[in-house]
Design a binder for this molecule. Structure first.
Ligand code: GTP
Ligand code: SAM
Ligand code: SF4
Ligand code: SF4
Length: 351
């Protein structure tokens, strides 16, 4: 649903800002403050990961409905100057599918000087663009890499692009857009590759985080019984590595870290399902079409693009955003009886 009053099963509350304290930042009813902005810039992707996209890809968003580079920069500017956002991350779909990514970065760097601009990417083709993106203002990348076995990679992503991804990761390191973090979602049939993946990351000097699969796949095939949970993964890695729990970098960081073989190297686990971090969530999202989405799992979106294109002032945009975040849900509710996944899949929301 876009904008308007709504009652959600998860929050059991009617959207209203009547009881919101008059403070500038993005607070919600549960005392959380959003400091981390994630902006999706496209629904297009060069891969088709089975836990995310349908084989045919997502329905195309008409070009006129996508935020332009100037609109994205304005959104970033408002979020940083008026709402207290401290980190901006571009995601999608695959951000590299936007030919104007350099321009987006350049305009956002100007609009929010000093704020880190990062990107979550599959790194396909990044080898050819890393230097230019660094020059345009990209500070850091997180790369999705689920397996270093070429066959497993091709089956999982439905594309034989492992060499390009590995080249992209190395190019990002060379270009200084780091530290590079690797995100891996494991499935039952790729669990046995977890040790090789960690070894590869240790050899390359990149930080690996494993992610529990969430019910956000477009094909709606997620089943809790099939999910590789944090404990199963730890058991698998412990057959080869000595792991010691170190904890989280900060309370709102999604990854819990373990040191590997007594060294400074770590491996992280983002246990979104079995050890949810919703209570410390500091995220706010804007979709590629310019709607504010307070939570990954909430279909209750607020149309910022209409306000942007309708001549709203910066203060008015900020007020719309504050209202949307005040009504943020307590959490994903995956464990709640009668849980229903959101309408949009991960690639359509912006993961
Ligand atoms: N539950 C939940 N999981 C999320 C959310 N955002 C991202 N994730 C998961 O966390 C994984 C890693 O996200 P990234 O895009 O790398 O961002 P990050 O981990 O916050 O980034 P860093 O600042 O580098 O630690 C994603 O692949 C998602 O599976 C969120 O808002 N809620
Ligand atoms: C949707 S992708 C968008 C950015 C880019 N295409 C990429 O893959 O990094 C962002 C992140 O979401 C993760 N993701 C996608 N579907 C997921 C799911 N069902 N559960 C958990 N994480 C998921 C991916 O592994 C990736 O790290
Ligand atoms: S996880 Fe990223 S790379 Fe994989 S299909 Fe989704 S958007 Fe594309
Ligand atoms: S599921 Fe929603 S509340 Fe939980 S961490 Fe993600 S965005 Fe935040």
């Amino acid at each position: 649903m876009f904008g308007g009053a709504a009652t959600t099963e998860r929050s059991q509350q009617v959207n209203s800002v009547a009881d919101r304290p008059d403070v500038p930042h993005l607070i919600d009813r549960f005392g959380r403050v959003a400091r981390d902005l994630r902006i999706s810039i496209t629904e297009k992707c060069s891969l088709r990961c089975t836990y995310c996209m349908p084989e045919e890809g997502l329905p195309a968003i008409p070009a006129a409905n996508l935020l332009t580079p100037a609109e994205i920069a304005r959104v970033v500017s408002v979020s940083v100057r008026l709402l207290g956002i401290r980190d901006v991350r571009f995601t999608g779909g695959e951000p590299l599918m936007r030919r104007d990514l350099d321009e987006i970065l350049r305009l956002c760097s100007d609009a929010a000087a000093g704020v880190p601009l990062s990107m979550t990417t599959n790194a396909v083709g990044l080898e050819h663009r890393a230097a230019a993106l660094a020059d345009a203002g990209l500070t850091r990348v997180n790369v999705s890499l689920d397996s270093v076995d070429r066959e497993d990679f091709a089956r999982l992503t439905r594309r034989d692009r492992l060499p390009s991804v590995l080249a992209g990761i190395r190019a990002a390191k060379r270009a200084g857009i780091g530290p590079v973090k690797i995100n891996a979602v494991l499935m039952r049939d790729t669990l046995s590759g977890a040790v090789d993946l960690l070894r590869w990351c240790l050899d390359e000097g990149v930080a690996l985080r494993f992610i529990e699969q969430m019910p956000l796949d477009a094909d709606h095939e997620w089943a809790r019984a099939n999910m590789i949970d944090a404990q199963t993964l730890l058991d698998e890695l412990s057959t080869e590595f000595d792991l010691r729990e170190v904890g989280r970098a900060d309370p709102s960081a999604p990854a819990e870290e373990w040191s590997v073989d007594g060294t400074d190297a770590t491996v992280g686990i983002i246990a979104s399902v079995t050890r949810s971090f919703c209570g410390d969530c500091d995220r706010t999202r804007v979709t590629a079409e310019g709607t504010i989405r307070s939570c990954l799992f909430s279909d209750d979106e607020t149309d910022l693009r209409a306000a942007l294109r309708g001549g709203a002032t910066d203060d008015e945009l900020a007020a719309v955003w504050r209202g949307a975040m005040w009504n943020k849900w307590a959490g994903h509710g995956i464990d709640a009886e009668g849980f229903v996944p959101p309408t949009r899949s991960m690639g359509a929301i912006g993961g």
